[in-house]
Ligand binder design. Sequence first.
Ligand code: SF4
Length: 499
Amino acid sequence: MSRNYYIRTFGCQMNEHDSGRAAGMLETLGYRPVASETEADLVLLNTCAVRENADNRLYGTLGHLKSLKDEKRAAGGDLTIVVGGCLAQKDGATVADKAPWVDVVYGTHNLPDLPALLAQADSAAIPVVELIEQLETFPSALPAKRSVRHHAWVSIAVGCNNACTFCIVPSLRGPERSRRIGEIVGEVRALVADDVVEVTLLGQNVNSYGRDLAGASQFAPLLRELGTIEGLERVRFTSPHPRDFTEEVLVAMAETPNVMPHLHLPLQSGSDRVLRSMRRSYRRRRYLALVERTRELLPDAALTTDIIVGFPGETEEDFQATLEVVAQVGFDQAFTFQYSPRPGTPAAEREDEFISAEVMGERYKRLEDLVREQSRAVHQGLVGSTQELLIESPSKTDVSRWSGRTRGNHLVHLPAPHQVPGERPAFAPGDLVTTTIVEAATNYALAGPATSVRHTKAGRAAAEAMARGEGWQHGGSLDAPIAAHRPGSGASLPVLSVS
Ligand code: SF4
């Protein structure tokens, strides 16, 4: 009898990626995905320790799942409950103590053990808990599932060697471990053969990729190597760390046409004093010089960033320094966060320097206003330009529109292609269309009808599925014949970056 699974993912792209691999392993074991916890025989919670109150939310969810498990048992069935990810790594056996109805708890380095842990749980009367402190080998050979056919996440490194004082990631994901370049390229080639046209390289600090293997960053050579793969239309990456961003990488980006002109460069603060207390090893001058050099080498590049407002001890003068940098750079988009303490991090212990909610909220609003104004100006600047969009999906709210992304990752809505029942639409998700931008809004732009289309294998498959009346959104196949894994989720970038 086939069994059903449901995965709930909390947190960042790294977790989305891990959930795709967990889904791949479960499907290899014969499980089938379902749309809700109530239909599932197995629920996996892939947890995040970065978000505020993550533990309260986890135990609340586990309480709800206990009721569901009791109901299923009363009806003669059962529910297997699995907790994985960063919070599982942080809380470890505490999860099993507080919620003994859980079947499996595994840490960030134990994902490859999931099938064995489920087998153990079958005959165990208490929760099976598996946590190791460090990754022993890079988990390259795991099957995984993509949620859309044309896009894949590809992990190039895990862990982080930095120690930003607000961040819990290094203590949960361990030191940086890079994957061999040949393995990455092999995986990307397999993905392209399986209809992927865009990959997003994933690491906590992609610029230092390969330093543990070769003594120096191998990120620029990796980008150039990916530039040789025929059929790979777009390469993106997240997140780079400003300290490690080298001229060599910028030149590689400029000289490799399929590497997209978009840099997500986390600023966090524009004040040197705050950067120092965050233990961010660059300063405002270095950051601005990097932006300037980027503008010289990649004049069309889009720049996005992350900023934390109200870090412990931040003064009005520090905050002004952040506003100045933001005003000077003119970001296409900025992801702004109000500081909230993460237990286990050095910054969380500086309670006497916490900023009041009112001051934080007021600063946040001023920053948000500036960021919105800049973003609108950037989108306004696109009006009249010709852009090539990678089509992502029909709009969820407006049947007359579809959405795509420019090379710079700007979200653009354009008129939906004419659809005749039983026939293929003129373009579909995964295709590349050329169009002209006609209007701007704060977070997106509007375009006129497509003037030309470059069809891709993924686009054709989606168009055929639509002609048959099926949904377009189906992921790629699961396993690869080589030692490749298939990162999951085609969610748009960026969700949350902590680098
Ligand atoms: S914020 Fe990024 S660079 Fe800093 S410790 Fe966390 S993961 Fe590493």
